[in-house]
Design a binder for this molecule. Structure first.
Ligand code: FES
Length: 314
């Protein structure tokens, strides 16, 4: 991974719990452009790397991130919220595992801080005059970021937990039956996403029409999966390594000096993806689409094997 030095150029409260961070390049250069739905990895030091969506329109000298200060943070949001203007961080180049689909219509469904990639999508869809609607669910108005930007937009529907119960998000009413040439994008806390996706599938929406992104909080890890070990084989050399029940494929590759790419180690960034050439993967990531999995893609950091041997294209 190539890291880019950035400086915190501005920091603005969006709500009492959400701060906007504007990052700028440190050396007078320009940031790479990016597409709506992209995120960057932020290296917060001490091995802490977190993924944050880019929520502003692409600008050569500004990447904007919105970060929720999570009460039971594993360190990432706490470290981000400790940053002040002038502090430096390292970031990755933008990556997009949550791109807009090439469809006529788009339904964006955000829960809380999940608004961040969807705001970038909305900005793009407005610019190209696409057909879309945004459903934005939050506990209260005071905890919803970007209200000023979104309030006057007739394509935006707000759903606040503490307001009129008749206006709560209702997937049956607000999404409705499957429609051709329509993509649905869902981002938010795990429970919210499980609810939305479950309801959408029950309504008959095909999984291929449902696009999700979660910056994992309940991802299954090899350590808690309680699963037997297996063997990973490198296609280039035929070398085989045992993957213990408490190890990931990535752990084993790195321990044995294999130059394997990685970043988040949580199955959410896609940096470690390799192709499986033989064997049956047990996918435990939250980044690959069904089509990518069917195409043999596999995350070495989080996924495992149903078969005794898994051959990967390394
Ligand atoms: S390192 Fe991020 S998905 Fe594996």
């Amino acid at each position: 991974m190539t890291w880019i030095d950035a400086v915190v150029d501005a920091r603005t409260p969006a709500t009492p719990e959400i701060a906007l961070f504007d990052l700028a390049p440190v050396d007078g250069t320009e940031f790479a452009s990016y597409t709506a739905g992209s995120h960057v990895d932020v290296d917060l030091g001490s091995g802490l790397v977190r993924q944050y969506s880019l929520c502003g329109p692409p600008e050569p000298r500004r990447y904007r991130l919105a970060v929720l200060n999570v009460a039971n943070s594993r360190g990432g949001s706490r470290a981000m919220h400790a940053l002040a203007v002038g502090d430096r961080v390292r970031i990755s180049a933008p990556r997009n595992h949550f791109p807009l689909a090439d469809t006529h219509s788009h339904v964006l469904i955000a829960g809380g801080i999940g608004i961040t990639p969807l705001l970038a999508m909305l900005t793009h869809l407005e610019r190209v005059r696409a057909d879309y609607v945004l459903h934005y669910s939050a506990r209260t108005r005071s905890r919803a970021a970007f209200l000023d930007e979104l309030s006057g937009n007739p394509r935006v529907r707000f759903h606040f937990d503490d307001e009129d119960p008749a206006l709560l998000l209702d997937i049956t009413r607000d999404l409705g039956d499957p429609r051709p040439d329509t993509a649905v994008y869902v981002c938010g806390p795990d429970g919210f996403m499980d609810y939305v996706v479950g309801k959408a599938e029950a309504l008959g929406w095909p999984r291929s029409a449902l696009h999700t992104e979660r910056f994992g909080t309940n991802l299954t890890t090899p350590a808690d999966a309680g699963q037997a070990g297996f063997t990973v084989r490198l296609a280039s050399t035929g070398t085989e390594y045992s993957v213990g029940e408490d190890q990931s494929v990535l752990d084993v590759l790195l321990d044995n000096g294999v130059d394997a790419p990685f970043s988040c180690q949580q199955g959410i960034c896609g940096e470690c993806v390799v192709r499986v050439l033989a064997g049956e993967p047990d996918h435990r990531d939250d980044v690959l689409s069904d089509a990518e999995r069917a195409d043999g893609m596999f995350t070495t950091c989080s996924s495992r094997a149903h078969s005794p041997v898994l051959e990967v294209d390394l």
